[in-house]
Design a protein around this ligand. Structure first.
Ligand SMILES: NC(=O)c1ccc[n+]([C@@H]2O[C@H](COP(=O)([O-])OP(=O)(O)OC[C@H]3O[C@@H](n4cnc5c(N)ncnc54)[C@H](OP(=O)(O)O)[C@@H]3O)[C@@H](O)[C@H]2O)c1
Length: 349
């Protein structure tokens, strides 16, 4: 009798919580707005930027005039010479899972892009507060809204001098992808010289950096990619290349100390089988940009692997990269030393 009453009240509480959540979501959806809805008049000091007032396909992107930023104390104004796009920029499609953060009905932040390279045009009123930077310096870094003529960035954040042997286009391809590779291998994968490392998705934006960074740690690297990219992955230093259209890397006799997985298309047990008993699988991504078959299955598989690995000696770890100055500097040094060279697939003007 008592149990029946508890169940009845629990059902009522759950129903009430669901109605409340629906109401809050409904109100948040209709209240969601952005600066496209405000008539702020023509910018006094205009610059061009790519914006998206709505969620949707790349058709929602427009090139418009916005206010050119002015550097405050501790800030530098950078004239963007090149910017790159990442799977991260797919937020223009407004995935429902993250709309509570991005804006329910419309994107709160209408600007796009993160990675850039360019020239310092000005610093704030107090030049000493701009750290190492002065007008004319060539820099690269990460800042929201990088698909624009200018970005204004804090001097102590993710911005560093561009090595002279690297072009603006190459430098602009570095921040998100290379920091993801560096932090995944070094911080999560605990990479050590002499280890055997496998990189699944070795030919992509993150993978091409991962191959070179793993080599710079003195490891033996196996890259997995499709037929058309085999020569590319070998040319950036991979010791072995597996063409996934011809061979399944989980079905060989080889064992690895570290798997850096950017695709997530193999199960926990398949990957565990090719790991050494103290090996680590860093689950960094679920394949390239755009909607592709099996995204849901891959996400569920990675979650399952994370939980299952709590009960075995091999570790399966996931993470979100964080952009910072120290790691960008490490990457700048690796590029200057010729140990890492960005691979550019396509450029657009
Ligand atoms: N954890 C983080 O903080 C973080 C940060 C940035 C990115 N990511 C994630 O990392 C992933 C990769 O990003 P990206 O910028 O490198 O993407 P990308 O440039 O589009 O590269 C995707 C790669 O996946 C490869 N691939 C596709 N199907 C494959 C398969 N069946 N087996 C092996 N490789 C396969 C492709 O190789 P082929 O072209 O040779 O087929 C391509 O090299 C994405 O899921 C992204 O969301 C995570």
């Amino acid at each position: 009798m008592k149990l029946k009453r508890v169940l009845k009240w629990s059902a009522r509480a759950i129903l009430l919580a669901l109605i409340l959540a629906f109401l809050v979501g409904f109100i948040a959806y209709w209240r969601s707005t952005n600066d496209c809805d405000r008539d702020t008049g023509a910018p006094a000091n205009p610059m061009k930027a790519i914006v998206h007032c709505e969620y949707g396909s790349p058709d929602v992107l427009t090139l418009v005039n916005v206010e050119k930023p002015t550097p405050a104390d501790k800030q530098v104004l950078v004239r963007v010479r090149a910017a790159s796009v990442n799977p991260l920029d797919l937020t223009i499609r407004g995935p429902w899972l993250i709309r509570p953060i991005l804006g329910m009905r419309k994107p709160k932040d209408t600007r796009l892009g993160v990675d850039y390279a360019g020239t310092v045009e000005a610093v704030g009123k107090n030049p000493a507060a701009a750290g190492q930077f002065k007008p004319g310096d060539e820099v690269f870094g990460a800042k929201n809204g990088a698909l624009a003529e200018y970005v204004c960035v804090l001097a102590d954040r993710a911005v560093v001098l561009k090595p002279p042997n690297i072009t603006f286009e190459q430098a602009a391809s570095v921040p998100v992808a290379a920091i993801t590779a560096l932090q995944g291998l070094r911080d999560k994968g605990k990479i050590q010289s002499g280890q055997k490392v496998l990189i699944n998705g070795a030919s992509g934006g993150v993978g091409t950096f991962a191959v070179q960074i793993a080599k710079s740690f003195g490891t033996e690297v196996t890259g997995v990619c499709s037929t058309r990219n085999v020569d590319l992955v070998r040319s950036i230093g991979a010791d072995h290349v597996i063409d996934y259209t011809k061979e399944d890397f989980t079905k060989t006799d080889q064992r690895y100390d570290l798997i850096f997985d950017l695709v997530g298309n193999h199960s926990f047990s398949e990957r565990r089988r090719i790991l050494n008993p103290t090996g680590i699988c860093v689950m960094a991504g679920i394949g390239g940009a755009g909607w592709h078959d099996g995204i849901g299955t891959r996400l569920a598989g990675e979650l399952k692997a994370y939980v299952a690995s709590r009960f075995v000696s091999e570790k399966f770890i996931t993470y979100i990269a964080t952009l910072n100055k120290a790691d960008l500097q490490i990457l700048g040094d690796l590029m200057q030393a010729g140990k890492v060279t960005p691979v550019i697939d396509r450029t657009y003007k």
